[in-house]
Design a protein around this ligand. Structure first.
Ligand code: BES
Ligand code: MN
Ligand code: MN
Length: 462
């Protein structure tokens, strides 16, 4: 195992170039214009798994985009690690905000990444992080250092809700049988502050539509005499938070897990600079729910946010019009014990109930999923912790994340196994934003750390 550093040194240029090739394929799952590219990416991932030493790989069809499966079983008696990742990416628009085209990867040096970072959509989320596992497998098979069995399940619909992965998991319980699930699709606190993600938030995503008059109207002839759906919608949205920024949907907080003072004190120990946080975002102050710190607001507390709002005239110049309709997309990030389907129902009935006379309101649920917390007093977490100790020289900090990977709670339910979230991205890597990137240092550090997880995990189980 001590040869991992040398192996990376010898092969790092190829590791980077292979990732760059993968990033050139625009596997945007949300936009059907890219469907052939998504399929091509699945094929590329399969080929990479073949080359890395899997002895069986397969492109598994689903009602949507396929799941790429690969395995190397060295001894059925030994423990099995199931690696999950996704090969699809978020849409890249708005394209004009990218400093270089999103699917023409370039390496550039930045303040956070003096060794250089790869700029491309999916660089960090999740092609780069997923590919660290493929290269870690290559090292372990090439050098005779694979201490246990490994299975890969790489999906193509994570960014659109993983609906067909749930379908696949339900039908392939035996094939996916494992002792632990390993995922790199989250982040870490900083390059010199390693952390392991111990929680993910759940999600309920809805779209709302407010309808007023049966057609767009002259805003002079009708203005003031009929309900304007945009005025109404914005007022309804504004009422969803009170003056303390608590969410006003009745029952919303009923099942929210309250952390003990001790747990909160533990959380507060994670290094955090408010000044740097504000500076990185060019904001003059933070904003959020009264009574909670920034790190609590974005991890252990639920939220409600408008992700997009539209209606009426938005073209050039001025058109005097009262629109017939107004729309918004709203996401609610949830914490453990909040059931996303129940929250969706509570939101729907509340939102419909606050609609004034003169408009009708429709709430359409999109996707969602449950939150997840993983305990740290188990062999798998300890193996991950030791792996970081070995390669970073520091004990990683357990930290809950604000993001969501809804399929993780389903893994626990269907496959009865725990998930370890070893993320190597930084918050500043701009995932889902223009100019997404992934540090070369982070990429190689991930490849170095992962084999140590296998090493310690296999020891523990025997
Ligand atoms: N990898 C992210 C989730 C993430 C990022 C978790 C960073 C923790 C830290 C994932 O690809 C993602 O974007 N998930 C979506 C939810 C999904 C249902 C579209 C999200 O969190 O918005
Ligand atoms: Mn992801
Ligand atoms: Mn994502």
């Amino acid at each position: 195992m001590d040869t991992i550093k040398e192996y990376i040194d010898q092969h790092k240029d190829r590791f980077i170039n292979e990732l760059i090739d993968l990033l050139k394929i625009p596997s945007v799952s949300a936009d059907s214009a890219f469907s052939q590219d998504v399929l091509d990416t699945a094929q590329a991932v399969k080929n990479a798994l073949d080359k890395a030493g899997c002895d069986h790989t397969e492109i598994c069809e689903t009602p949507g985009y396929p799941v790429v499966y690969g395995e190397k079983i060295i001894d059925p008696e030994l423990p099995t690690v199931l690696v999950y990742g996704h090969y699809d990416v978020q849409p890249a628009d708005p394209y004009d905000l990218w400093n270089s085209p999103p699917f023409e990867p370039v390496i550039k040096k930045t303040e956070a990444h003096p060794e250089g970072a790869i700029y491309a959509r999916g660089a960090c989320d999740d092609k780069g992080q997923m590919y660290m596992h493929v290269k870690a497998l290559e090292y372990m098979t090439q050098t005779g250092n694979l201490p246990c069995n490994v299975k890969f399940m790489i999906e193509g619909e994570e960014e659109v809700g993983s609906e067909n992965l749930a379908w696949f998991v339900e039908r392939n319980q035996e094939k996916l049988k494992n002792d632990v699930i390993l995922i790199s699709d989250t982040g870490m606190i900083a390059k010199d502050v390693p952390s392991i993600t111990t929680g993910l938030r759940g999600l309920s995503y809805v779209e709302v539509e407010v309808t007023g008059p049966n057609r767009d109207l002259h805003s002079g002839l009708y203005g003031g005499a009929v309900a304007n759906p945009i005025n109404v919608l914005t007022k309804m949205i504004a009422s969803l938070h009170d003056e303390n920024n608590h969410i006003t949907v009745p029952g919303f907080y009923d099942k929210v897990e309250e952390l003990s003072g001790e747990e909160r004190a533990q959380m507060a120990k994670a290094p955090f600079s408010l000044e740097n946080y504000k500076k990185a975002l060019d904001i003059n102050d933070i904003y959020g729910e009264a009574g909670y710190t920034t790190n609590e607001r974005n991890s252990i507390r639920p939220t409600l946010d408008v992700n997009g709002i539209w209606g009426g005239y938005t073209g050039e110049g001025a058109k005097t019009v009262i629109p017939s309709k107004a729309y918004a997309k709203i996401s609610m990030r949830l914490v453990p014990n909040q059931d996303w389907e129940e929250i969706t129902r509570l939101f729907k009935s509340h939102f419909e109930s606050i609609a004034p006379d003169g408009v009708t309101v429709e709430v359409k649920p999109h996707h969602g999923g449950q939150g997840y917390v993983t305990p740290i007093d188990n062999d798998a977490y300890q193996a991950a912790s030791k792996a970081y100790e070995t390669t970073f020289g520091k004990t990683p900090i357990p930290q809950r994340s604000g993001g969501s990977i809804p399929i993780v709670s389903l893994f626990e339910k269907e496959l009865k196994s725990k998930t370890i979230l070893m993320g190597f991205g930084l918050d500043s890597d701009a995932i889902h934003s223009p100019n997404e990137h992934f540090g070369v240092w982070n990429y190689l550090k991930g490849i170095e750390t992962i084999p140590w997880f296998y090493h310690f995990f296999a020891q523990k189980e025997n």
